[in-house]
Design a protein around this ligand. Structure first.
Ligand SMILES: [Zn+2]
Length: 81
């Protein structure tokens, strides 16, 4: 059984479904039993989505929308004109 400290090293491979079936299954088994690592995995997926969106984005709004944080009309652009 994997320990929590083993999860970060395997997390990206798990999300990408890379590595051996045994390794993927071990991570999946740990996630079924560990709330903290499920929370960690959700955070990692969000960071990966943000990173991917930032490469695609033509504007910060597109990146925020990709994370479900769209329409941040109360924020002002950081421009020193
Ligand atoms: Zn854990």
């Amino acid at each position: 059984m994997l320990q929590c400290r083993d999860i970060p090293d395997r997390a990206n491979a798990y999300i990408d479904r890379e590595g051996s079936m045994a390794s993927l299954a071990a991570v999946a088994l740990h996630l079924t039993a560990c709330t903290n690592c499920r929370r960690y995995m959700r955070g990692l997926r969000a960071v990966r989505r943000l990173a991917a969106a930032s490469f695609r984005a033509e504007s910060p709004d597109a990146a925020l929308a990709a994370l479900g944080l769209g329409d941040r009309s109360n924020t002002e652009p950081d421009q020193g004109a």
